[in-house]
Design a protein around this ligand. Sequence first.
Ligand code: B12
Length: 289
Amino acid sequence: MPSETITLNAAAERLGVHYMTAYRYVRTGRLPATKVGAEWRVEVRDVDALRSGAAGTASVGGPPPAGPGGGRRRRHDYDVRLQSRLLDGDEAGAWAIIESALTAGVEPEQMYLEVLAPAMARIGDDWAAGRVTVADEHRASVVMLRIIGRLGPRFSRRGRKRGTVVVGAPPGDHHGVPVALAADLLRGEGFVVVDLGADTPAWSFVDAARAADRLIGVGISATSSGNESNIAEAVAAIHAELDCPVVLGGRAVRAVEAGRALGADEVTSTAPELIEVFDRLAAARRGAS
Ligand code: B12
């Protein structure tokens, strides 16, 4: 008899892992799930079975997971330790933390979403509170990009690729790190990704998309707010020249209506959502060809 079902978000919470990790459990068959509309549903008893099997594994950051089994997990604070190495511009020290997390079994996606991204977010909070300078942020970002460069190859997948996704930050937006992280997460899902980085001119999105083999869509990652006219210009340039969907996301565009008002076909605010959207667009393209 089926037990109570819950959303994947609720399952992730119950497991004490990031949503993306729970999503990976589904994709790799470790957690049975069914799709109801746009949402994954899982049975509570499957979640609990997985949780008892996973007890004793590493919790990479944040508070210790609640509930039975959670107390037995070790908490490593990799994100907090990484933040300190980044702010010191200490690449070797930062990499040593990453290596110990890898050795403890932290998967690459989990590393990006539960260690690297939170470390960067903490640095932003410290900047907003006046505890770190813009120079510190720059220094930390350079080390972060070098760490991403070393982890990136772990996302490469064998086999036929699912098509090409072009990603970049809009003109005037200097935040290339979120784009680089998202690019590798998409590569891990079997896409060829052309990462144009920060401050990409509107026409460069068009040029790169035009040159792409089996283009699935263009993704624009907006982190700086107050940049709406540049974003709208980039979206309009792509739509004027190419028949392809434009996915807009990132922390500056959380609301779907706001993203649609800028001309985007799809709007995402988190990396897992971004992956789901490109999964759907790739399936639609396969169906159409
Ligand atoms: C590093 C950093 C910088 C670096 C960027 C270096 C680089 N090469 O990237 C520098 C120093 C250049 C910089 C500059 C500025 N920054 Co800054 N920066 C940051 C910081 C600390 C980290 C950014 C980051 O890497 N985050 C980690 C990633 C993983 O974050 P993420 O948003 O979760 O990314 C995911 C999603 O966006 C998702 N995603 C969802 N949908 C989609 C869709 C697509 C298509 C894609 C590709 C991805 C995607 O994918 C990503 C991967 O998981 C943030 C703090 C923060 N909380 O993010 C501030 C922050 C973004 N910066 C901020 C500000 C104010 C600035 C400056 C104005 C001043 C300053 N601090 O120097 C300038 C603006 C420059 C400009 N014109 O753009 C504010 C933004 C506030 C706002 N609402 O606009 C923040 C939030 C800091 C804060 N707490 O106030 N910054």
